[in-house]
Design a binder for this molecule. Sequence first.
Ligand SMILES: O=C(O)CCC(=O)C(=O)O
Length: 249
Amino acid sequence: MMAEAVADEARWADLDELGYVVLPGHMDDAWRTEAAATFDRLIEAQTQTSGGEGLDTLTVGGVERGAPRLWNCVTKGEVFDRAYLDPTVLAAAEHVIGRPFKLHSFNARDVLQGEGHQDLHADMERSSADEPYSSINTLWLLDDFTADNGATRLVPGSHRRWGAVSEQVEDLQAAHPDEIRVIAPAGTLVVFNSHIWHGGTRNDAGTRRRVLHVSYVARELPQQVSQRDEMTPETLARLTPDMRHLLDV
Ligand SMILES: O=C(O)CCC(=O)C(=O)O
């Protein structure tokens, strides 16, 4: 086997075995700070408009109380482009999905103090062991994730399971005996298999834990947010052919 192929296999060992890989220091500070400031500015604008807690007008799957969120960051500013075009993430998507893929969704989420605990869930559930993986997701940490500020929980190895999580776990709110929390510094990138069982946790400390979620899906499946429907003239004007392909517009 060529040395390059061996290096590539080792690079994705955690993603294959555990269902996620943690890459500290993946974001440079200047970009991270700009992305975080843009998040705050847009959430503030949404709050003014909606009179709520920074709730976006485009909500997918309903509004989550206590979790200000930007939906579809593709059209929210050029600063976010780097996250969905990152070569490491695109290589991970190719590795896991193993066939042509496109952007599935791109949102950003914070959690207010005392809020944010989610059901354990998989972004995509497989119906059998033979069904190939069809999606990956990412966490781009704009702030430190600590033990008590609502860090994401993940159940290592659960991406290999199939069927509904709700049929295999009695209490989706409860801590799973095998779960770990992503405790990592700002600037970390976590790539995970979207079939892994995971969820946000309650932010007890009240410190910021802003995160970007960028996910990709096999090309034959629908996007969570249809980029064709949501595209704006300003964003369209700066898309290269490669970006248009990735976004499927
Ligand atoms: O922000 C997080 O910690 C996880 C969010 C998540 O899994 C979701 O919103 O589906």
